[in-house]
Design a protein around this ligand. Structure first.
Ligand SMILES: Nc1nc2c(ncn2[C@@H]2O[C@H](COP(=O)(O)OP(=O)(O)OP(=O)(O)O)[C@@H](O)[C@H]2O)c(=O)[nH]1
Ligand SMILES: [Mg+2]
Ligand SMILES: [Zn+2]
Length: 292
């Protein structure tokens, strides 16, 4: 019998049968202890029934992908949530998520929240939002004051495993609560959440939202480029990768190389300056992390 793992708390897995939707609390079979692999949320597994509501997980099906942070497998897409204010628009964190997701072949959908807090003068923020759309990302803008802007996201979830990710306090749980009023996810004033350095959402769980499964993950501040090289970073910046076909050197990293088309596009302001600044920073981080 096959099921999907929807929750893991203290060694107890919650699994849901993929054909009957029956839910069990399951333990992982002793077999896994001798292997390098441990079942995780998002895994499709085979199981044996122990009682009406208890089961043993006996086998993990091959994974389509495997994320460490958040700790989840078989992700189809990620909703990268960024607030335009409170906390301030953080393009460094956004570019970091986008780079890591691209490296893991997970489609990113961008959601800019708290649009109600924008004023006429926030042109730089609006330009940044437009830029991400221009370079090919699906971009949504939402405000909890405008229900339709949030409901619009519902269709994205159908038949997929989606992770919702983004800094603490950007409004991830608030979005899900508006989409499905039965969820009752805990949300918190950001001053309180950030002040205590604590996240409102703690564990990873797949929730049923709009005919799909969604993981509302705890927000986090720093993300690392695990297993990525400089070339991987260069390839993960969509627009740089496209422009790089016109760079003089084949493996151009757009740093000091002559006749670099990416640098030309930066000079002509066709590439958002913060994208390049973040790119250079990530390249440095990857260099520093290198173990060989
Ligand atoms: N003005 C405004 N406030 C919002 C909006 N969305 C969320 N908030 C507020 O932002 C605060 C944080 O929202 P949460 O939904 O708890 O944020 P989160 O991303 O789930 O945070 P973590 O669980 O800590 O990662 C709450 O006080 C919400 O009421 C919005 O569109 N506009
Ligand atoms: Mg939350
Ligand atoms: Zn170049």
């Amino acid at each position: 019998m096959e099921a999907i793992i929807t929750k893991l708390i203290a060694g107890d897995y919650t699994i849901e049968d993929t054909s009957t939707n029956q839910v069990f609390v399951a333990k992982a079979s002793g077999l896994f202890r001798h292997q390098d692999i441990k079942p995780k949320v998002g895994d499709y597994v085979e199981y044996l029934k122990r009682s009406d509501n208890e089961a043993y997980i006996t086998k993990i099906m091959p994974r389509k992908n495997d994320l460490i942070r958040p700790f989840i497998a078989n992700v189809d897409q990620a909703l990268v949530v960024t607030s335009v204010k409170e906390p301030d628009l953080n393009l460094n964190l956004l570019d970091r998520f986008l780079s890591i997701l691209s490296f893991n072949n997970i489609e990113a959908i961008l959601v800019f929240t708290k649009m109600d807090l924008l004023t006429e003068n926030d042109t730089i923020i609006k330009e940044a939002i437009d830029y991400y759309q221009k370079i090919g990302y699906a971009v949504y803008t939402t405000s909890t004051e405008d229900l339709s802007s949030v409901i619009e996201l519902t269709n994205l979830f159908a038949s997929k495993i989606t992770v919702i990710t983004g800094q603490s306090g950007v409004g991830k749980s608030s979005l899900l609560n508006l989409i499905d009023e039965d969820l009752f996810l805990h949300t918190q004033e950001i001053s309180y959440a950030l002040g205590r350095g604590k996240h409102t959402t703690r564990h990873t769980e797949l929730l049923k939202v709009g005919n799909g499964l969604v993981a509302d993950t705890p927000g986090f501040g720093n993300l690392e480029f695990i297993d990525m090289t400089e070339v991987d970073v260069a390839h993960s910046f969509n627009e740089f990768f496209e422009y790089s076909a016109n760079c003089k050197f084949k493996g151009c990293l757009h740093i000091n190389e002559p006749k670099c088309y990416v640098k030309e596009k930066i000079a002509s302001h066709e590439i958002l300056k913060s994208r390049y600044d973040n790119y250079l920073q990530f390249i440095e981080e990857v260099k520093k992390n290198r173990k060989w």
